[in-house]
Design a protein. Structure first.
Length: 418
């Protein structure tokens, strides 16, 4: 009998981790990893940080060393774009016209930057950042620029603004909200980031959008919706990313904000799974569907999807988490806060060392550390434990976070199962 073929579309972090896990769990059939980029899977977080600033080299980005895939008989095809899938025939077609039959298929196609649609958006000098090639282009452009406008004050925009400022350029950060990262972290923590960028000399144009980009062939200025003209020779756009659902959509697989999968990361199409930035997965404890565009999610979902593909299903039930580095500020976040949650701080943001808790009805639903180490596990346990806390104890740095929950002794419930 011919051994089964498992195919993975998208050779990013989720795809690479799925391939690794399939072999580690004993899959001995044919394993094909297809990626449209010209190189083996790499990590994207350094692209807006150390790599952009030329403090990390290309080799440090790769998920696995060069011999990893061949050594495990993983057929890695680079520059190989998949153009369609046929779920009924269990076959995919590459842009080259080649076809491949599969028994199981993982969609790990990631996300793509949202583009600006406004006058001047196509001028030379308007850049986006997703791939390593983008980062190389951006680094070269920053090298030749004096005044840079960053459009979008979310994660990518803030990190690019920090890196470009660290490279000594004049930077203006334009964002719709009154404070950077306010949509993700709320206005109070947003103000911390506003002050941080401001102290580092980044000019801020907040509470406004971009109306147009002006220039004659090349960018010369950004015009904001509130009428400011910001002269510049480079525009970096970070206004969010859209899941790359095109293959799934064309194949009739259910798609919403991402490819819809259950808690085992399986789509409605038998034998087809999705993981990473592209997947909108049901979370069994948070009782909602989540599409998470963060590194840890891609890392862990790749592995979980692989196990489900092998018939060893484990639900994906990790607490959402992310990290960000801007200047000398390292933050890590866990949980899922919503707009109405109360923010409680332990420590003074002015010292750039504090913990923020998001509290809903006496319970901590999310937490964030800023330059605080060694509390990650206790903080996650506090969030997952779902027990009431005393707010006066929450703000007291002398009480270990592990001792904050009232009632039954704290146990790490659901997040640590995988
Ligand atoms: C600049 C940058 C900085 C980031 N920094 C952080 C950070 O500090 N902290 C954090 O938590 N997260 C960060 N992230 C997010 C994190 O990198 C992503 O969540 C993660 O890369 C998602 O991995 P993925 O494998 O799902 O998708 P991707 O890494 O996007 O990989 C998907 C791959 O699939 C390929 N592909 C798509 N369609 C096809 C097709 N039809 N055929 C073949 N191949 C295809 C794509 O070209 C791509 O190579 C950052 C992201 C970026 C872009």
């Amino acid at each position: 009998m011919t051994p089964p073929t498992f195919a993975i579309v998208g050779a990013g972090l989720a795809g690479a981790k799925a391939a690794e896990t399939l072999r580690a769990e004993g899959f001995d059939g044919r394993l094909v990893l297809l990626g449209e980029e010209a190189e083996r899977p790499y990590e994207r977080p350094p692209l807006s940080k150390a790599y952009l600033r030329a403090e990390a080299d290309r080799d440090s980005l790769y998920v696995h060393d060069a011999g990893f895939y061949a050594a495990r008989d993983i057929e890695l095809h680079t520059s190989a774009r998949v153009s369609s899938i046929d779920p009924a025939a269990r076959r995919l077609t590459l842009a080259s016209g080649e076809r491949l039959g599969y028994q199981r298929l993982l969609l790990a196609t990631g996300a793509a930057p949202r583009r600006l649609r406004l006058p001047g958006a196509d001028l030379d000098g308007v850049c986006y950042l997703r791939s390593r090639r983008d980062a190389d282009r951006l680094a070269a452009a920053v090298g030749n620029a004096e005044r840079v406008v960053v459009v979008g004050a979310g994660w990518i925009g803030c990190e690019i603004a920090a890196s470009v400022r660290q490279l000594g350029r004049d930077v203006t950060l334009v964002g719709r909200e009154a404070a950077p990262l306010a949509r993700a972290l709320g206005s109070e923590i947003g103000c911390f980031y506003r002050d941080l960028h401001s102290e580092q000399g980044v000019r801020l144009a907040l509470g406004t959008g971009v109306a147009a980009i002006r220039g004659n062939g090349r960018v010369e200025a950004v015009v904001t919706a509130d009428g400011r003209t910001l002269p510049c020779d480079l525009v970096l756009v970070g206004v969010g990313a859209a899941p790359r659902t095109e293959l799934a959509e064309a194949a009739g697989i259910a798609v919403g904000d991402g490819v819809l999968v259950d808690e085992w990361l399986e789509t409605i199409a038998p034998g087809i799974f999705a993981a990473g930035d592209v997947a909108a997965a049901w979370h069994p404890h948070l009782n909602t569907r989540l599409r998470i565009e963060h590194w840890a999610n891609a890392l862990h979902q790749g592995a979980v999807a692989a196990r489900t593909m092998l018939g060893l299903p484990t639900p994906y039930e990790r607490l959402p988490s992310c990290f960000s580095d801007q200047y000398d500020v390292r933050m890590e976040y866990w949980g899922l806060a919503t707009a109405g949650d109360r923010v409680v701080l332990r420590g003074d943001p002015a010292t750039r060392r504090f913990v923020a808790f998001w509290v809903r009805r006496q319970r901590v639903v999310a937490g964030m550390t800023v330059n605080v180490r060694d509390v990650a596990e206790a903080l996650q346990a506090l969030i997952c434990g779902g027990r009431d806390v005393d707010l006066t104890r929450l703000v007291d740095p002398d009480i270990p976070i592990g001792q904050l929950a009232r009632g039954r002794p704290l146990t790490v419930d659901w997040h640590a199962r995988i």
